[in-house]
Ligand binder design. Structure first.
Ligand code: NGQ
Ligand code: ZN
Length: 461
């Protein structure tokens, strides 16, 4: 756990409140929550001065360990490179990781998330067994390491233990490279209980369930796993790759999103990760279901997944969040920018994704992803969002001294953050009222960087 200051009183020149921008916002924070919030209030002696306050961003989809192989799959192999050849390399990378390795790499990924404005992560955690494919003496060994990574960095955690049982549609046998992921339903139920206890001991920790994909679970298992969710989040990969859609049709005569909408009890607890390939009918049905589309634009670009129909989905009132998924890059601004840019490239147009009432693309994307992310990570029901009394004090600030922001006010600050400054515009980041990042750097950066360097050097030697 990093040493953190716990500012009780802060004064913002300007902050993005649920109803829009407000000036001279003064807040008090106690027990990790905003307890008093005044607008048009003068700063008082002892207040921490902050230029621009923005609500923290949820990261709806991460596999933290994959950060360690970022940049190592960007060379051409003997055959055409695609998602599936990348997956083989990813399986090879995870094959040798020890619990310490997984914790170290995940902690570093979480630190980088915090430095770019993510304040909560949904960790889609599927490595459960030892390298030989045997159970660890402690069945939650690796889940404990994810929880430890969240403690060490201070990022809020929604842990999504993954149920993974098969290697393809219709319950085919798993492949050797998947042996560390495999559980049966009773073992998953036990893991889930452990996770609930573990996460119950960290501030604002939540647990959901994650049937990995229709490739990895049978319909019967899907129903069982979902029945364990209670009111918590249910996350599943769906329709990321054209090949996956084709296999799904061959198996069921339906497409993945269509199949799930017809056969699973899809509602606002659900997050469909990717939902890249949808027909117009699937787009409107998913939008109407209350589920969240977990868009991962940077990873989807990196893996060549395809361009989602995000603009139609959002225009149809669909809820979306953003995820860093493979963690090949980790950045709030880049995810939002890439989301918009793929639509621009496809449509040969500008400002394509119009989310929300404001004409500002940056504001619409940012607020949409904060709202949808809160729903997907299970926080929306429990406490109010953003700068509001009773809300968790999870937020970040922009550095108004940065030349990027010269002359910017209101929505132009967000447009500049998303499209122009990116991470360089970030100053401080707070989770649960604790300041974890100042001047763009996490308080534990040096220590965790050292550990990460040693670990990844060994793993890649
Ligand atoms: C994952 N990643 O779970 O890490 C997957 C690869 C699979 C993405 N889908 C494994 N991007 O889908 O089979
Ligand atoms: Zn994923």
């Amino acid at each position: 756990m990093p040493r953190v200051s716990n500012p009780a009183r802060l004064h913002f020149e300007t902050a993005l409140l649920p109803g829009g921008w407000a000036e001279n916002v003064r807040v008090e924070i106690a027990d990790g929550r905003f307890r008093a919030l005044e607008r048009n209030a003068a700063a008082r002696p002892g207040d921490e001065h902050i230029a621009v306050g923005l609500p923290g961003m949820p990261n709806v989809h991460s596999h933290g360990f994959q950060r360690g192989m970022a940049g190592l799959t960007e060379y051409r192999g003997p055959d055409a490179d695609n998602f599936w050849s990348w997956r083989t390399l990813m399986y090879r990378f995870v094959e040798r990781m020890t619990p310490d390795d997984l914790e170290t790499v995940t902690a570093w990924a979480f630190l980088e998330m915090l430095e770019t404005g993510f304040t909560r992560v949904g960790e889609f955690h599927y490595v459960h067994r030892d390298p030989a494919g045997n159970a660890y003496a402690n069945p939650a060994e690796l889940a404990e390491r994810v929880v430890a990574a969240s403690r060490e960095t201070g990022i809020a955690l929604t842990l999504l233990p993954v149920f993974y049982a098969h290697g393809g549609f219709g319950g085919t046998a798993p492949k050797p490279g998947q042996r560390r992921f495999i559980l049966d339903v009773p073992a998953f139920a036990r893991l889930l209980e452990y996770c609930r206890t573990l996460v119950g001991n960290i501030p604002a920790g939540l647990v959901g369930v994650a049937p990995h994909s229709l490739r990895a679970v049978t319909p019967l298992e899907l129903g069982q796993v979902v029945s364990f969710a209670g009111g918590g989040p249910v996350h599943i990969h769906a329709a990321e790759q054209v090949g996956e859609v084709e296999q799904c049709i061959a198996w069921s005569r339906q497409r993945p999103v269509e199949w799930l909408l017809d056969h699973a009890s899809v509602d606002s607890r659900w997050c469909f990760v990717h939902s890249t390939h949808m027909t117009p009918e699937e787009v409107s049905r998913l939008a109407a279901s209350g589920a969240v589309a977990g868009l991962c634009p940077v990873t989807e670009s990196n893996l060549g997944d395809g361009i989602s129909d995000a603009s139609s989905y959002i225009a149809a009132g669909g809820t979306f969040g953003i995820g860093t998924d493979s963690n090949v890059r980790i950045s709030v601004a880049e995810e939002l920018r890439q989301l918009e840019y793929s639509q621009r490239l496809r449509d040969r147009a500008r400002n394509v994704v119009a989310a929300g009432d404001s004409p500002s693309t940056g504001r619409g994307l940012f607020e949409g992803a904060v709202r949808g992310g809160a729903r997907a990570l299970g926080t929306a029901a429990d406490w109010p969002l953003g700068f509001a009394e009773g809300a968790r004090a999870d937020f970040f600030s922009l550095d108004l001294q940065s030349p990027h922001f010269a002359g910017r006010r209101g929505d132009a600050l967000l447009d500049t953050f998303v499209f122009a400054s990116g991470d360089a515009g970030i100053d401080g980041v707070w989770v649960d009222g604790r300041k974890l990042v100042s001047s763009g750097r996490h308080v534990a950066r040096e220590r965790l960087a050292e550990r990460y360097r040693a670990t990844v050097s060994r793993l890649t030697a």
